[in-house]
Design a protein around this ligand. Sequence first.
Ligand code: CA
Length: 227
Amino acid sequence: MKILLVEDEPQLAEVITRSLARERFTVETAATRAEALRKVSDHSYDLILLDIMLPGGSGLDVLRALKENGKQCNVIIISAKDSLDDKLAGLDLGADDYLTKPFHIAELNARVRSVLRRKQFGGSNTLTVANLELYPEERTVQVAGQPLALNRKEFDLLIYLLLNKDRLVTRSSVAEHVWGDHADEGDDLDFIYAQVKNLRRKLKQSDAAVEVQAVYGIGYRLTERIA
Ligand code: CA
């Protein structure tokens, strides 16, 4: 899952980025209001960690921009400014949670997991589709109760496809969610093809009752397989 960290303090940004990367999130950063606005308009994220006092203006403008563009995104405000006004304004603009600096990094990780779980897994620890059960925190998958071994990218790919079940996802949105910024470096998205191929083979071999359909030239769609 892909997180945008909006934070202008380089040291704090680095600590948070490293910690989230250890939790297997794809992390991108923005250090100014302008950079944050540009990134949220050009890309989509599963979660934004948002500082309020930024070079160039208020982080609340990022929330306003998301709202105006009708973009669905989880947001946790991380701010040193513990004013009630800011907090209320942030929550009013659609932020999911608010964490006051300084905070312990473990506390941030817990909030991130909790917000993502609440939003994407309906409060549950498991994502279940047909005979497939995925445990996001343990990063494990079972098919009919048997473990299915996936590499990191196959796992990320599977989560993304499961969350978008029955929907056609484009190759570029897969690239963006699973590979992050690095996917922008060229139009050659062949690396996705290889990972999808491996994932499909593993799902098939394990008798998973879901399948990943390729829609030629566009992208992929995960559906339940009719027996
Ligand atoms: Ca700041």
